[in-house]
Design a protein around this ligand. Structure first.
Ligand code: OXD
Ligand code: MN
Length: 596
């Protein structure tokens, strides 16, 4: 029996009561709080955090409802090397995941959880991933000792009584156990048990490690559920494009972390296209759940309710909608903080302040060679505040997709945009995607090219070879599949400068994609896929010369031969589990390159 002072549980669900009782016996908190998700509760929690210093109030005249959080200095990003898929066998986790045997993981983490909440409150957070009432939503219950986690979960999910109501008496919920413990990296583990629908995370308060509804549930656990249940959980934004006739079409796009996904999701079209009457609608910036609809199309919905975005570089040019979204009711983590309670970061619209406190809480000025904001500093903001949020973003059925876009940050090699020949070729494109690493991964070298299939490398909850197989088999179930494309906004010229303006101008590429999805748009065949002709992309109002467009769309045969050799190395890691269809796509590509 627990000795914690007990509040009356907000649910009679026997599976929840038993699980909370068991966890409480292990964690030994002083108090248990059942989260109801009300505004009064949120205000109380904020007051507590202001007293303990977990949050600091920002200037409420400039940033109403906004607060600041400074994390531990060793806890600023996802820790992929400490993240494990604890499936029954190592083969089930596959070569791209860290694996720990479930018995070992449970035993090891039990040792760390034991007594970790002494002197603390245990919060029980019920939450829904997906809109309330949607048959496609999934329910999780997170136990945590972090009020920062509760407040962030309140933004990122549908949290509280609404989730208790939807769960009812069902034992079907993801058991998410989290404790900051002592935030010591040597006792930090993020473990997933897909076979038990369970996540255990200890030793970190960072969003991707601790807001267990996000990467842990909505991607790693959900991808494994999707394999069993016949759907896909993807690291994708969802956006809608409305043409001048008022017709809306939807695209889902997968890019590795910090490749401008949030910017693309909230894109503001260039003046040239606004004048013509085009609009862009945001439906999600990070995660999409994809299902086959009764109409034989692929439908996408965003399971999240908020944005957990990278702050540095957010400004009126890169993302004017994000700038407006994060002016109110936002939690800022690890940015620079000024004496007047305003915030600043590298790439802000305003010039650097003469002085501020940096993300570590040290005095900072622009002459120093350190950064004011951590490169992976974050905002957590409600999606509904985004000026471009689509009126139908919470539609329980989601939206039908015209196209799927994969992309990565490649200084060389991949053209601005390439269309796949068909679903299987598109899956090959996604499976062989690669990108240069960024600051979103702790402990990695920034700027190194790594293969990141479908941008899911750190997020796939099972063997990635089986995941490719699942993608291929989904293709047989979708009567009218979306077309699949590969984008690269980051191609550089010989002088090391970006060739493509990016940001809002990416809309020009999206319009070509939608044209192609409707059987229009000028195109030309290449050995790697179908490319736009050099004047197929509307460059009106852009200062982009014909030779630059040619370079953006060029295919360098020798570079592709090197790429194929690298793909071979990557594919070899999957051994015989790699679907034969991907091997034949590889062979077909090699043959086309050879002939070119
Ligand atoms: C994220 C990430 O936080 O991908 O979205 O790292
Ligand atoms: Mn992400």
């Amino acid at each position: 029996m627990t000795t914690a002072s007990l509040e009356t549980p907000l649910t009679k669900n026997p599976a929840v009561l038993k699980w909370v009782e068991d966890c409480s016996a292990l964690l030994k908190p002083d108090h248990i709080h059942w989260v109801d998700g009300t505004e009064a509760e949120r205000q109380n929690m904020i007051s507590t955090c202001l007293k303990t210093g977990e949050l600091e109030e920002l200037n409420q005249a400039l940033l109403p409802g906004c607060y600041f959080h400074r994390s531990a200095q060793n806890d600023v990003a996802r820790t992929e090397h400490l993240t494990f898929i604890c499936s029954p066998t190592k083969e089930d986790a596959g070569p791209t995941n860290n694996w720990m045997a479930p018995s070992e993981a449970y035993a090891k983490l039990k040792g760390i959880f034991d007594g970790a909440m002494k002197g603390r409150t245990l919060y029980v957070i019920p939450f829904i991933m997906g809109p309330a009432g949607s048959p496609f939503s999934k329910i999780g219950v997170e136990i945590t000792d972090s009020l920062y986690v509760v407040l962030n979960m309140g933004i990122m999910t549908r949290m509280g009584n609404v989730a208790w109501k939807q769960l009812g008496d069902s034992p079907n919920f993801t058991r998410c156990l989290h404790s900051k413990a002592d935030l010591n990296e040597s006792r930090r583990f993020i473990c997933h048990f897909p076979q038990d629908n369970t996540i255990w995370s200890v030793g970190s308060g960072y969003g991707g490690n601790a807001l267990l509804g996000k990467k842990c549930l909505a991607l790693r656990i959900a991808s494994a559920l999707g394999q069993k249940e016949g759907w896909l959980a993807e690291h994708m934004l969802i956006l809608g494009i409305e043409n001048p006739k008022g017709e809306k079409r939807y695209i889902a796009a997968a890019f590795p972390s910090a490749c401008g996904k949030t910017n693309l999701a909230m894109l503001v079209p260039p003046a040239h296209l606004v004048k013509q009457g085009y609009k862009v609608w945001t439906l999600g910036d990070d995660i999409a759940w994809l299902r086959v609809g009764p109409d034989g199309r692929l439908w996408a919905s965003n399971p999240e309710a908020g944005f957990f975005g990278v702050v540095p570089g957010t400004n009126s040019r890169s993302n004017p909608n994000a700038v407006k979204t994060i002016r109110t009711n936002t939690i800022y983590t690890n940015v620079g903080k000024m004496a007047n309670g305003d915030v600043w970061w590298e790439g802000h619209d305003n010039l650097p302040p003469e002085e501020c406190l940096d993300w570590k809480g040290q005095k900072w000025n622009p002459d120093m060679d350190t950064k004011a904001a951590h490169p992976n500093s974050r905002f957590t903001a409600p999606a509904r505040q985004c000026p471009s949020i689509a009126p139908n973003w919470e539609d329980p059925a989601g939206v039908p997709l015209d196209a799927i876009l994969f992309g990565g940050r490649r200084a060389h090699l991949t053209p601005l945009i390439t269309e796949s020949y068909n679903w299987q070729h598109g899956v090959f494109m996604g499976a062989t995607m690669a990108s240069e690493t960024t600051a979103a991964q702790q402990g990695g070298n920034v700027g190194v090219v790594r293969r990141d299939p479908m941008a899911m490398l750190p997020f796939c909850g099972y063997n990635m070879a089986d995941y490719f197989g699942h993608w291929l088999s989904m293709g047989t179930k979708i009567k009218n599949p979306p077309k699949i494309f590969l984008a690269n906004w980051f191609r550089q010229g010989k002088d090391g400068k970006y060739l493509w303006p990016g940001y809002g101008d990416n809309m020009r590429v999206l319009l070509w994609i939608l044209d192609r999805a409707q059987g229009k748009g000028a195109s030309v065949e290449s050995p790697i896929g179908t490319l736009p002709t050099k004047d197929a992309i509307d460059a009106g109002g852009l200062d982009l010369t014909a030779p630059v467009m040619e370079e953006l769309l060029s295919v360098d045969r020798a570079a592709w031969e090197t790429e194929i050799a690298d793909i071979d190395k990557f594919f070899a890691t999957f051994g015989s589990r790699l679907p034969a269809a991907l091997k034949s796509e590889r062979d077909a590509l090699a043959a086309r390159i050879k002939k070119a």
